[in-house]
Design a protein around this ligand. Structure first.
Ligand code: BES
Ligand code: MN
Ligand code: ZN
Length: 493
């Protein structure tokens, strides 16, 4: 992980392998670029003119060996129109600077974000740099791993104007914790299902617990049976891989203070079960534990930031496989809540493990329960890959999550939870069916969970569209929505 920090000397005296300063649209210099220009007696402006640098956000002009500077390289980056960078552009600038730095074997980079909105820009740049330098080599062969160069970039310092100096340390700490949490979430997601088993997730929880002092409980099949989680068990039945029910408790608040509870869907592989999925892109279903991965990433950030709150993380982890012992369409099962469920489609398994986890969460008397799940393809159809779906019975909770997501450019879009949709789940043979029809598939899935989340303020995040990207050279986990949830926690004070 890159060492991020705040620096204090001015652009032209900064000792670094490269110093990055901003130019606005129309070649208007930022405060830091002006200072470099003065120190170099106009060389920066000359170069910007010669190169016809547009100032477009994300464009970077590398300059070498300018006179009068402590640093050998100056990276002039565009920030587009207006005096501040948009969040999206700031993230792109972070990526572009990190990529260029690595191409040039730069280890030590000093970045001067443009004047206004500097703390938001700094946050996005941290996330962008972290994303551009993320690597996943663990499952490559030994030769490839030996050859794979670690990114050269090791240290990034930010220079912020006087007015931002007071708040900058807390902003940076939060951004770095979010970035490291995201990298961990990506790591767990990108691990294939034969590595990232429920057992492995249990071990990861214990590792986190040891490192950060969480109380960790990992239940095996016997423990899950004892709790009466008939719905969770119906999903794991077809698999030879043993299930795990994982609880991590962080106590940063007062004793007895109601905790925030995060619940993650940890299907380490989703074949669909007897209602088996088609073969195309089935490898994507290794990412069906991304809700759990998000919970792990958030808890890592919690361990680093140590907020004065109580926070509980719950992960239900198993595989969804077909076999002679697998649950069959039409089977009726009894959830931990006592409500019975007719399993009409074994591929709607996420809700079956989450409903028991939601019932379990009640014992913490939470101030809020937030579940995170790659729950439905319908949510991807509805919202694409930009916003995650947000469903909530509590307006304040929903609004807090939306605001946190906007701030981090890790966004949620609220979808309806209304009684009328519940009709789709009625069953002749049980208290409910586990699927409605195709209509409003993301909503009826949320409505199913709602039946198990009546006692406390609750929000459900459907991250099927945002947790990973399945195509091209960028194929991989995204680490979303860790940043939004870290911000949400920080705002709870
Ligand atoms: N894990 C899938 C949802 C999913 C789909 C995640 C695409 C990521 C990308 C979930 O378990 C599932 O299979 N849902 C079904 C529900 C249906 C049977 C009602 C779906 O979306 O098709
Ligand atoms: Mn499924
Ligand atoms: Zn699934």
């Amino acid at each position: 992980m890159i060492d991020f920090s705040l620096k204090t000397d001015s652009p032209h005296t900064t000792r670094a392998d490269a110093v990055a300063v901003a130019v606005h649209e129309g070649q208007k210099l930022s405060w830091a670029a002006s200072e470099i220009d003065r120190a170099t007696q106009g060389a920066l402006v000359q170069a910007v003119k010669t190169a016809a640098l547009s100032g477009r956000a994300g464009a970077v002009l590398p300059l070498l060996n300018l006179p009068g500077l402590a640093a050998q390289r100056v990276y002039v980056y565009g920030v587009g129109e207006g005096s501040s960078l948009s969040l999206k552009d700031a993230r792109a600038v972070g990526r572009a600077l990190a990529t260029l730095a690595c191409d040039q074997q730069v280890a030590d980079l000093a970045v001067f974000p443009p004047g206004e909105g500097v703390t938001d820009a700094l946050t996005q740049m941290v996330l962008g740099v972290s994303d551009a330098t993320y690597r996943f080599d663990e499952t490559k062969g030994e030769a490839a791993r030996a050859k794979a160069k670690a990114p050269s970039l090791a240290r990034v310092r930010f220079g912020v104007p006087e007015a931002a100096k007071k708040v900058a340390p807390a902003v940076l700490a939060r951004a770095v914790a979010a970035a490291e949490g995201m990298a961990y979430t990506k790591y767990l997601g990108n691990l294939p299902a034969n590595h990232c088993t429920p057992t492995r997730l249990g071990e990861e929880a214990k590792k986190l617990g040891k490192r950060y002092g969480f109380k960790v409980t990992v239940l095996d099949r016997k423990g899950i049976e004892k709790l009466g989680m008939g719905s969770f068990l119906s999903v794991t039945n077809g698999s030879d891989e043993p299930p795990r029910f994982i609880v991590m408790e962080y106590s940063g608040g007062k004793k007895g203070e109601a905790p925030t509870v995060f619940v993650g869907k940890g299907i380490t592989f989703d074949t669909g079960g007897i209602s088996i999925k088609p073969a195309a892109d089935l490898d994507h279903m290794k990412w069906d534990m991304s809700g759990a991965g998000t919970v792990f990433g958030v808890m890592k950030a919690v361990g680093e930031l140590k907020p004065a709150q109580n926070i509980v993380a719950i992960v239900a982890a198993c595989e969804n496989m077909p076999s002679g012992r697998a649950t069959k369409p039409g089977d009726v099962i009894t959830s931990m809540s006592g409500q019975t469920i007719e399993v009409l489609n074994t591929d709607a398994e996420g809700r079956l493990i989450l409903c028991d986890a939601l019932t379990y969460a009640e014992r913490f008397k939470p101030r809020a329960i937030i579940d995170i799940a790659t729950l439905t393809g319908a949510c991807v159809i509805a919202l694409g890959k930009v916003n995650a779906g947000l469903f909530s019975t509590d307006d304040a909770l929903a609004n807090d999550l939306i605001a946190a997501g906007k701030r981090m450019n890790d966004r949620f879009w609220r979808m309806p939870l209304e009684e009328e949709y519940q009709d789709a789940l009625s069953s002749n043979f049980a208290d409910m069916a586990n699927v409605g029809g195709r209509d409003g598939g993301a909503i009826t899935a949320a409505c199913f969970l709602w039946r198990f989340a009546k006692k406390y303020p609750w929000a459900h995040l459907d991250i099927a569209g945002v947790a990973y990207t399945g195509s091209g050279k960028d194929k991989g986990a995204t680490g979303r929505p860790v940043a939004a949830l870290v911000e949400y926690i920080a705002r709870q004070g």
